[in-house]
Design a protein around this ligand. Structure first.
Ligand SMILES: [Zn+2]
Length: 258
């Protein structure tokens, strides 16, 4: 039954519609089960790291299971934190999950009786996640997606903003700013890196509020460039102070070079 949804003829660039090629692959059982009487929807759970997004996703999925609604959970392969085939909150709450490469892979695993689809770490999926979630909701499924709404630079983390736009419900959660104790909406990177994503390295991040957030902490490339070019002005000095705050080794090395 798991292959009833396999989009063997799905075109990657086209929105999957009810009358599209995917519909042709649906079994009669599935088509009749997901009837127009079921109201599908998209719910998005967003916030910074440590805001409890996965915990909230698990809570909603468990509620659905108590209501005897069949659920399935998906996560991107990129997240290897704690367990490769479960979604896991920071307090080690677990739920079995399908690990997939891209959003459209959901169709390969989706069972005919599934009513609720949970997706964790939505920000790591491709942009097609928006179309896949919309298609599932159009077919009567309840789709719940958890993910970071901003990256370590404090900028929108696609495709979550687009998903929020088409969702029926958006739950915006907040962590606690480790600096001042206010509600935290940003994910602060603590050590410089040239990598856009430091997956599974929670010690490199902390939650901060807008006031305490400083996206220059992760900019190792600019710091190194300033040193290489012998820039000793205000900009380089500012970067040095920033590096000193959270990464003393780098401060020491580059101070010597200066
Ligand atoms: Zn703060």
């Amino acid at each position: 039954m798991a292959h009833d949804w396999h989009p063997s003829v799905m075109r990657s660039t086209s929105l999957i519609s009810k009358s599209g090629p995917l519909a042709d692959t649906l079994s009669g059982t599935l088509s009749s089960t997901i009837s127009s009487t079921l109201a599908g929807s998209i719910e998005v759970i967003v916030g910074s790291m440590f805001s409890g997004k996965t915990e909230e996703l698990l809570r909603l999925l468990k509620r659905a299971q108590f209501a005897r609604q069949a659920t399935q959970v998906f996560k991107p392969r990129i997240d290897s934190r704690y367990s490769v085939d479960h979604i896991a909150s920071h307090n080690k709450n677990l739920m079995a999950a399908h690990v997939i490469e891209k959003a459209a892979d959901i169709y390969q695993h989706l069972r005919a009786d599934t009513r609720v689809v949970g997706i964790d770490e939505g920000q790591f999926f491709d942009q097609e996640l928006v179309d896949v979630c919309s298609d599932l909701a159009d077919r009567g499924l309840r789709v719940i997606v958890a993910g970071l709404d901003t990256n370590w630079r404090g900028k929108p983390f696609h495709p979550m903003p687009e998903l929020m736009a088409v969702a029926e419900h958006v739950h915006k959660l907040h962590a606690v700013c480790v600096v001042c104790g206010a509600a935290a909406s940003r994910t602060q990177r603590l050590r410089p890196s040239t990598q856009e994503i430091l997956v599974g390295d929670d010690s490199s991040y902390e939650a901060r509020c807008r006031e305490c957030f400083d996206n220059s902490l992760g900019l190792v490339a600019e710091l190194d460039l300033a040193m290489d070019e012998g820039i000793t002005g205000t900009d380089a000095g500012t970067h040095l102070l920033v590096a000193h705050d959270c990464h003393k080794n780098i401060h020491t090395v580059h101070a010597h070079e200066l």
